[in-house]
Structure formats: structure tokens, C-alpha cells
Ligand binder design. Structure first.
Ligand code: KG4
Ligand code: ZN
Length: 362
């Protein structure tokens, strides 16, 4: 298998082992990943049950749940792998963007482990975890690639030139797509988390039944907008004229039309790349994957989507981003300082100009 060449630490070339910690939203996750792309062990604890009564993630509840679960999960993963901290080359943790209480729980734990074991700390941008996750699943995926990053807090098109090198081509001026899925689910009374529920219901509906807008479709600006679509869904449901399945299917279709239109614009404006890649929670949606697949085929691009379990939040992608950093920054990669701060906001492309409303949530 095509391993990343990382040479630091006790495991030697190609065998580096990184412990990853993710706690930026409502999943507490720990994973051990090797440079040869083996996920040696991983555990994920979802907080769905805790947040469901509130119809969304409550930051205070999330932070407490991470604090209660993380230490036993760390022990559990090391036990599953029959390894100890001495076997690990580095400790990678999400340091942002996300709900700050949860991020701090994961980051402080990683700092403590790094200090106790005298291993390097790698502070990972959660979005970089998503952005590089397709390379964990697919050894053939090289740089550069055109990335659609669609999660609960982000909707961006990025050109990924290499680990640490991202150029943002488009972002949302208001809501993220995952957020629009979650709100549509709430309006339809499907509960939380919404994305998978909307996708299931949409399978039984007619995507042409409900006339819904395609915000910014055809616009000379490169960006996305989903707030108007969400309001139109609310009006359609309140009218009482449409079956819920038709609303779900029409919403999903409108969202996909926007994705395709904006990606086509990015391809026109910036040229093609060898591969079109999708990552983030919404990438788990089969209909979205299928429409991106046909766009890629039409442009003679390879299409790459990580397996479902790597799309939604997980720690394997955080450990992998740590390994990518080790490989990209050379043999004596610089570890992050132990006084490094958690960042509630942390754009992947720091040079991209701020867009109205974008990145309000993580
Ligand atoms: O990447 P992720 O797990 O967390 C963030 O970093 O935001 O993404 C979560 C988002 C949620 O908004 C969820 O509704 C959405 O991804 N999602 C989906 C599906 N599975 C998860 N959206 C549409 N269809 C799905 N099957
Ligand atoms: Zn995420």
C-alpha cells in the first residue's frame, strides 16, 4: 500500500502511528491511524440522544459529554489496539473550528498526553481533517483536487494543492448545506440529526412536485446561499399543499442543483483538476454523491468520496491530517506549542476574503 513517508519517532518510515482526537461538535472520537492508511483502532460516541430533545446541538451539554467520555474512550482505543502511548509517534487533536467548550476538552487532553509521553502535539484544523479524509480512504488520490466541503457548518469549494495548501474558490454567504438539511428536517418534524432523515424521506417523494428557488444559481458571484431555500421550504410546508416526501425530495433536488451550478462555475473560472472530491457530513448523502459523480464524468474528472463513516465527524481523519502534516513538513516536523489556543473560527484559506454571513457557525 502507498504509505505516506513519515520518518519521525519509534516506528520508522511508512509506519508512523498517530493518535487522533475529535471533539468539535457532537461526536467524541478517538482513533489510531498508521501512515500506511491502516485505522488500527477507533471509537466514536455520538451525543444524538443528549441533543435530540432540543432539536440541535447544545454547546454546554456537548462540552460536558466530551469531558465525561474522552478519557475512557482513549483508554479503550489503546486497549483495542493493544498498544501504549510509547508506541505512538504523535498526538493530533482538533483545535478548531467548532464549539469552543468541546474543542478545549479534546485539545487539553491531547496536550496532557503529549506532555506526559513527551510526544509531539499536532493541532489539527477540523476542516483540514475533512479535506484530507478522502486520501486516507484512497491511496491513489493525489494533489491537486477540487474539493466540495459540505458539512453542518460549512459549504465551500476549495482547490487543494497539498496538505496545508488550500485555496477557497467559493463559500456560503449564509447557511451551510448541512444546516439547511437539518432545518428542513426540523420543519418537516423529522427530528435531529436531520440530514439522513431528509434523505430517507426524499426517496419516496417527487423532486419536481414543489417549486423551490435555487439561490445564486447562474450568479456571476462564485458563492452559495441556502437561507432562501430554507424559508421557501417553511412556506411550502405551512401552505399544507404538499406531501412531506415531496417537500424533502424537492428540497434535496434544489440543493443539488445549486451545488452543481456552483461547481460548474468554479470549473469554468479556475479550470479542471484531475479529481473532484467531496467531504464532510453531507457527503454521506447518496443522491448528492450520484449527482457529483455525473458532473465529474461529464468533465472527465475522477470522482472520489470517502466511505460514509469517514464523511461525518470522526477521529481517523484528524489522525490522518496529523500524518499528512508530518509527511509534508519533513522529518523533523515542528510540533505545536503546548500553549496553543483552541480557535472557534479557523478558515482553511486564511487569505480568502470574508464573505457576508459565512463561517458564522463552525
Ligand atoms: O461533518 P459533520 O459530521 O459535522 C460538521 O463538521 O458539521 O456534518 C454534519 C452535517 C449535519 O448537518 C447533517 O445533517 C449532515 O452533515 N448530514 C447529511 C447526511 N448525513 C449527515 N446531510 C444530508 N444527507 C445525509 N445523509
Ligand atoms: Zn465536521
Amino acid at each position: 500500500m502507498n504509505a505516506l513517508s513519515t520518518t519521525n519517532g519509534p516506528n520508522g518510515p511508512g509506519a508512523s502511528l498517530v493518535l487522533g482526537i475529535e471533539s468539535s461538535c457532537d461526536e467524541t472520537a478517538v482513533a489510531l491511524v498508521r501512515a500506511d492508511r491502516t485505522i488500527v483502532a477507533q471509537r466514536i460516541a455520538s451525543q444524538e440522544a443528549e441533543h435530540a430533545p432540543y432539536g440541535g446541538v447544545v454547546p454546554e451539554i456537548a462540552a460536558r459529554a466530551h469531558a465525561e467520555r474522552l478519557a475512557p474512550m482513549l483508554e479503550g482505543v489503546m486497549a483495542d489496539a493493544r498498544l501504549s502511548l510509547a508506541d505512538v509517534d504523535a498526538i493530533a487533536a482538533t483545535a478548531g473550528p467548532g464549539l469552543i467548550g468541546g474543542v478545549m476538552v479534546g485539545l487539553v487532553s491531547a496536550k496532557a498526553l503529549a506532555m506526559a509521553s513527551d510526544k509531539p502535539l499536532i493541532a489539527v484544523n477540523h476542516l483540514e481533517g475533512h479535506a484530507l479524509s478522502p486520501r486516507l480512504a484512497d491511496a491513489e488520490l493525489g494533489f491537486p483536487y477540487l474539493l466540495l466541503l459540505v458539512s453542518g457548518g460549512h459549504c465551500q469549494i476549495l482547490r487543494v494543492e497539498g496538505a496545508g495548501h488550500y485555496r477557497r474558490l467559493a463559500t456560503t454567504i449564509d447557511d451551510a448545506l448541512g444546516e439547511a438539511f437539518d432545518k428542513t428536517a426540523k420543519i418537516l418534524g423529522l427530528g435531529y440529526p436531520g440530514g439522513p432523515a431528509v434523505e430517507r424521506l426524499a426517496r419516496e417523494g417527487n423532486p419536481k412536485a414543489v417549486p423551490l428557488p435555487r439561490p445564486l444559481k447562474g450568479s456571476a458571484e462564485p458563492h452559495f446561499s441556502f437561507a432562501g431555500l430554507k424559508s421557501a421550504v417553511l412556506r411550502a410546508v405551512e401552505s399544507g399543499q404538499h406531501a412531506p416526501a415531496d417537500v424533502a425530495a424537492s428540497f434535496q433536488q434544489a440543493a443539488m442543483d445549486c451545488l452543481i451550478d456552483r461547481l460548474e462555475k468554479a470549473l469554468r473560472d479556475h479550470g479542471a483538476a484531475p479529481a473532484l472530491v467531496v467531504a464532510g457530513g453531507v457527503a454521506a448523502n447518496q443522491a448528492v454523491r450520484a449527482s457529483l459523480q455525473s458532473l465529474a464524468s461529464a468533465h472527465n474528472m475522477r470522482f472520489c468520496a470517502p466511505p460514509m463513516a469517514l464523511c461525518t465527524d470522526n477521529a481517523a481523519m484528524i489522525a490522518w491530517a496529523g500524518l499528512e502534516r508530518m509527511a509534508a513538513e519533513g522529518r523533523d516536523f515542528a510540533s505545536d506549542p503546548l500553549d496553543l489556543r483552541a480557535r472557534p473560527r479557523w478558515p482553511l484559506d486564511e487569505s480568502a476574503e470574508a464573505v457576508r454571513g459565512a463561517g458564522v457557525k463552525a
